[in-house]
Design a protein around this ligand. Sequence first.
Ligand code: ADP
Ligand code: MG
Ligand code: MG
Length: 464
Amino acid sequence: MSAPVTLFPSPFPKSCFQEAKAIQTKYNELYARISQDEEYLSGLVQEVASGDEFIAELWKIHLRVKEEGYVQNLALGLFRSDYMVHQDGDNLQIKQVEFNTIASSFGGLSAQTSLLHQHLARVEYPLLKDPVPRSSVNLPANNSAEGLAAGLAAAFRAYGKSALGNQTCVLFLTQDGERNIFDQRHLEYAVQSSSDPDHPIPVFRLPFSQILTHTTLAPSSPGRQLLYHPPHNPALTFEVAVAYLRAGYGPSDYPSPAAWEARHQLERSAAIKCPTILTQLAGMKKVQQVLATPEAVSSTPSALRRFVAAGDEAGYAALWRTFTNIYPLDTTAAGQAARRLATDAQACLRYVVKPQREGGGNNFYRAAIPKQLGATPEEHWGSYILMELITPPPVVNTILRNGKLEHGGVICELGVYGTCLWDQGTGALLHNEESGYLLRTKGDQSEEGGVAAGFGCMDSCRLV
Ligand code: ADP
Ligand code: MG
Ligand code: MG
């Protein structure tokens, strides 16, 4: 069964599209910096960890590895910054829904969706009863698969030659019963063909649950290299230059202590992690909330200022413009005020409450908020954030899902990919690119938008 897709590219304001693309390298840099600020992340982890065992466990792994010493300073981010268009009178402005730092998906299928709509625009739309003239369809190019692959290839090259004389590889860590395999395969092929055709970069897929079965670590001296032993040929050993996690972002990937040991093995290895635990934690909704909290009401001073280079006023303003109101639900004055909004039967209708989770299906919306909070011990409310709902202008489209057409009002969410390779020790940015886009569209009656989570569908932008 194909992933659900719109029959037509949805109209999307050109200025908003360009703004989202233009700001991506700033976002990459911002999150690379946050990932390097262990002390700052530690403070935020403490704020949510008492009500969030998963975040607490991730932090413990980081601390264990820190104690023995990390052996890899390079870190790779394959990010995706998600937005909706906010309409304020005549003014249209992108507002960030969230920033993903782990397993940002659909870069493979998104490029294909753009190609599909380009094909339909050329061949099919002119034949319709109400033909869409080709000249009116402005479809931007989308290099998301190549862009993300270029990030992985940059990390692969930066890892360098194996000190042990092994052949190096990229390892995709996937989920059991993976549903996004076709998305991942496009990326895998793009990585393989991103280098000299006679020497394709070796790429392997391994379920996260089999890390301990098929990988080992070389001793600390010579350097804890992560060795991959392909199951189909026990005579082969590859050294993992880049460990790319398309799993491990939520509690269901850690059903047993062995799964946490597997994550520990990855984290303490010399492989370049995409992402490291610190980078994964930089993607907490709590981080997004403190960045978006104005100086005057913040319990932690001026978070965005802390991470934007001094003097870069334009960069600061450009990032700030993309934020919407997000509040803590802790016991600070701002948190108490947010608690009053969240528990008020009228006020709550404008908000969404988010835990520190990824992958869709974890938030609660509008009228459901007071009840859900009521069912949560109050001392754990601080592990949630309260976010104003963005309400984009109405769009009509037709979705093809499970072989059936659904026509009606839709809501579009734009994601912009970013790839970033940096040195955790020196802060040097070795690669920093905007890497294509994703448009996901859902029926306007649905709160959630994830495609794999079963709510949204693939789309592409027709710039207007
Ligand atoms: P996840 O990390 O699980 O994807 P998100 O923050 O992206 O969590 O929320 C899931 C979905 O909920 C989004 O794709 C979007 O459709 C909807 N959503 C989240 N925040 C907002 C918001 N502030 N305004 C409108 N819709 C939102
Ligand atoms: Mg999301
Ligand atoms: Mg997310």
